[in-house]
Design a protein around this ligand. Sequence first.
Ligand code: ADP
Ligand code: MG
Length: 728
Amino acid sequence: MAVIRFKALEQVFNRKPNHVPPPSDKTSDYYAINVFDRPKMQKYLSRDSFYHVMDAIDKGTPIDRRKADSVAAGMKAWATERGATHYTHWFQPLTGGTAEKHDAFIQPTQYGGVVETFAGDALAQQEPDASSFPSGGIRNTFEARGYTAWDPTSPAFILDNTLSIPTVFFSYTGEALDHKTPLLKALNVVDKAATDVCQLFDKNVTKVNANLGWEQEYFLIDEALYYARPDLALTGRTLMGHASAKDQQLDDHYFGSIPERVTAFMHNLESECYKLGIPVTTRHNEVAPSQYELAPVFEECNLAVDHNVLLMDVMKKVSRHHGFRVLFHEKPFQAINGSGKHNNWSLSTDTGVILHKPGKNPKSNLQFITFVVNTIKAVFDHQDLLRASIASASNAHRLGANEAPPAILSCFLGSEVSAMLDQLEEQVTSRKMTPDEKTALKLDIGKIPEILLDNTDRNRTSPFAFTGNRFEFRAVGGSCNPATPMTILNAAVAAQLIEFKKEVDALIESGVKKDEAIFQVLREYIIASKAIRFEGDNYSDNWVKEAAKRGLTNITDVPEALAAYLSDKTKKLFYGLGIFTETELEGRAEVMFEEYTKKIQIEARVLGDLSINHIVPTAVKYQNRLVENVLGLKQIYGDEFKNLAGNRIELIKEISDHVTAIKNGVNEMVEARKVANKMDDEKEKAKAYSKKVAPFLNKIRYHIDKLELIVDDEIWPLPKYRELLFSS
Ligand code: ADP
Ligand code: MG
């Protein structure tokens, strides 16, 4: 009996919305109550320490160890007042997700009893026993020590009675073992490079921030059904399941009214986010049934990344209070939309200007065009690396599918900006421009309207779209840590801006006027990067052909895409900017190949188990019933039975064929795994998993999904798509 499936459905049937009231009706009353932000620092730190930390945040100056004691004391005072009993260094290892090891504040005294302590050393640096975090061979076992160090630019927060301190994580020998370290380095270089370029336009600019506003898509699945699907629970996606007769074809879920159980979850989630100072603002249904999205107001990139990974954690916790499981996997269900995490990215100055937003006059518009063109050029030059930054076993299922960009990278600009670049290309020449020509061009540049946020002009199929005041990197997957694509995008743009400044300076030195030097270099870039600009439908077959003609790469295979991490171009970029050393880069690539292999390996094992232990026995059971039926008919009707049992005899045969195909498929898949597992080189192993093992997942699934349509619903063991997707 398929007991579990029906028991699970019964639980779903009895669920009630769980309305958890927020701490106060007014959000501003409790916003960031659990964050040690600037106002709280001002209250709990000495004047001296406060300014010391402010400098560390705003200017990147190192924290003095002696000051750390007083900062730690202030933090502890605040945290214990808020009920915190423990503290932890909170970091983002290469496993994905976050890591933490909690320590209590208490220390026994010689008089019996305990006191709460938290020294500067405990705040500044910790040595977690980190030997089991992935490092790609950087840490051999005798140097298994890893260190975490406080990142003062992201404020400490309290989660579940624990003071959590955002930290970087690195090895005994100093190599980064996390996502935050390279991100901070990339943000630092893009700040310097962009500030230098801004100086061409405005001497008052002393700092440039990268901004990130992520949009997180996710599915909510009933917990009981989730547990009844071992594939979902173990791999994050369904490895089998015939499409529901109705799914998203009516487009009735997108922006539709949100079911009450889900609304209760969202309210609860939002109040938890607000306590943590995560400024979530939008929420809505997504295209697929049971799919939703939420997005905050954009923030400084490092903080935004921390908030995204923290949010994912909070979502997992809150969803359980509502009988849900949240799925971030890029493609949990075949044939319906998957989940992305659009990364809205821009640069802005400490003078309050968004550099990717058109300005109010010709000068600020020239600055805007400068940043747009340099961004496009960076995307063109580093398209392979950007693709690698979002490549993963799970995102591979999403790229190229509906509402998701293909594996070809291209930039959408919209008609107005496109026209402006075309004009610049046409009007600027390498000879000296006449004053009239220059004035005309400046006037044209001045005509770019300040508000370009025209929704009709948006291209939803573009992997990297300009959307009025930012670029939206839409190829990023729902489950990934946005630190990786953000590190690479910011690094690529930084390198490009450095190059731009160098070229402009050289022209100025040779006697060309500043404006004209800028025009000339921009024109060169516009021409050089033209191939990456595409305004049409990225899902069309024509684009695939056209892109190939333009020489753009289209790599759908994950290990092949990841190989871009080790290309000469990438090495030059990262070593040149000091973002990764050779050891770090090679280690990181190895971790990614290994992760890919493991993900496919787990999927293959789970599918093998489910096939042999759940599906085949169920199919055989049903087949036996048919056999019994046919034999019974024969007993009653003698030779006549064939006329009566014809289609059942066919079904018996059909089931046999599918069962045989499944069994053979599983056997062959196991053999392919054995061959791959013997390989020592992680890249070769990943390739073998991609080319030789992964194809069996679909082959086997095909037959299982056919059986699902044949076998009696009463005995089918796993919740079906219609049940998983339409139960809230
Ligand atoms: P849509 O779904 O229409 O793309 P959303 O409102 O869901 O838009 O999300 C847009 C995201 O982009 C939000 O996080 C928003 O704060 C962010 N954003 C807006 N302007 C900028 C900008 N200049 N730089 C970075 N992010 C931005
Ligand atoms: Mg968007």
